[in-house]
Design a protein around this ligand. Structure first.
Ligand code: UD1
Length: 366
């Protein structure tokens, strides 16, 4: 069978690479399509290089725009790609606009669709990612869940049991593979930091950065945190834009830098005293690494990072953020454990399911 893998934005790359490698190892015919949602070298190319992802066979070159325009542009371009390639299966991952756009195209062309990281729910429809998750799952034939909550939600939504597969976390596959190499680089040295004695901050959720008020409030709190602990802040392009436009000042203890390559960021996370973030994936990576994580959101679609892992939701409430930091500095933070199947072998399970599915499809009718 011919498989078409679709990626578009930074968080897709570390989830899809292990699957692409495993499909390759088992001799599947596959094509890699990059939508171009993330186009900066620092948001895209460097990840391909460091993860050992093959160069995309097809680049749709779509880039940034409003949600409707970006999604529509990916759909138009990907429809032509599918008509040309005629894949037997399209694989998408995560919850970005590229995921939704490719899913809609596959469904309309009646091409079977697999969704990696299915079933996660924040139940917050104000998040663009939640809309993307709900619709993509609804359209998918094979649904690969990373944690038990995903299975539960899909069952409640009436997805037939045989379509749901708890496989574990493909992003953790990449982490397990690259962790040692990332530490060998001692990336903290580049920023004059000591291992175990700095905080790492990332911010890019529209709800935190698109309005001046929340961003200003968060940065005021982080400015205070930086009096106790140096803070390294790799700044996402949309956040950089908002900081500049709002003239928001950061304290000297905060080191701002451009978005970082995968291995640099992974090594920095692994040796951080704590991480403050509003990302989805970083909640999971810190849990896999056993590093304390304060999530600057009111909800999470990844509850296993709280029930098993090292994550706590603090919203953008200064009191909660500062209380969390105080507990972490006093070494009163649970080390947590990895959720079931976050063991570096999720992609093997994904491809086991695909192989069984492909075998059944090709069985002669008696
Ligand atoms: C997207 C995903 C989000 C994911 C995040 C990871 C959606 C709805 N959101 O958000 O789930 O967590 O990626 O980074 O798909 N830009 C650049 N260079 C780039 C890409 C973007 O400068 O390579 C700038 C553009 O000004 C753009 C803005 O960043 O307008 C936002 O990019 P976009 O892809 O729309 O959303 P993200 O915020 O990156």
């Amino acid at each position: 069978i011919k498989i078409c893998n679709v990626v578009g934005a930074r968080p897709n790359f570390m989830k899809m690479t292990p699957i692409v490698h495993e499909l390759e190892r088992r001799g599947f015919q596959q094509t890699l399509v990059h939508t171009g949602q993330h186009y900066d070298a620092r948001m895209s190319d460097v990840f391909f290089d460091e993860l050992g992802m093959p160069k995309p066979d097809v680049f749709l070159g779509v880039g940034s725009d409003s949600h409707a325009k970006q999604t529509a542009a990916i759909m138009v371009a990907f429809e032509s790609t599918c008509q040309e390639l005629r894949p037997d299966l399209v694989i998408v991952s995560g919850d970005v606009n590229s995921t939704l756009a490719a899913a809609l195209v596959a469904a309309k062309l009646q091409i079977p669709l697999a969704h990696v990281e299915a079933g996660l729910r924040s139940f917050d429809r104000a998040m663009p990612e939640e809309v993307n998750r709900v619709v993509t799952d609804r359209l998918s034939d094979l649904l690969f869940a990373s944690e038990e909550s995903g299975v539960t939600h899909l069952r409640h939504e009436g997805v037939p049991e045989k379509q749901i597969h708890l496989v574990g976390n493909c992003m953790v596959d990449s982490l397990v593979k690259h962790r040692d190499a990332s530490l060998l680089r001692s990336p903290w040295k580049e920023f004059n930091l000591e291992p175990g004695s700095y905080a790492l901050l990332t911010l890019h959720r529209p709800s935190n950065v698109d309005e001046d008020g929340p961003l200003r409030a968060i940065m005021a709190t982080v400015n205070r945190v930086a009096e106790r602990l140096p803070v390294l802040f790799p700044v996402h392009p949309r956040t950089r834009d908002r900081l500049n436009r709002g003239g928001i000042v950061t304290a000297p203890g905060i080191r701002l830098t451009d978005p970082l390559p995968y291995l640099t960021f992974l090594g920095l996370m692994a040796r951080a005293k704590c991480v403050l973030t509003d990302s989805g994936g970083i909640q999971e990576e810190t849990t896999a690494l056993g590093v304390p994580c304060l999530t600057l959101r009111e909800n999470t679609e990844r509850p296993a990072t709280i029930s098993c892992g090292t994550n706590r939701l603090v919203g953008n409430d200064p009191a909660q953020i500062e209380a969390g930091i105080a507990e972490i500095l006093a070494d009163r933070w649970p080390t947590g454990s990895r959720p079931p199947l976050w063991d570096g072998r999720a992609a093997v399970r994904v491809v086991d399911v695909i192989e069984a599915w492909a075998g059944k499809r090709q069985a002669p009718l008696l």
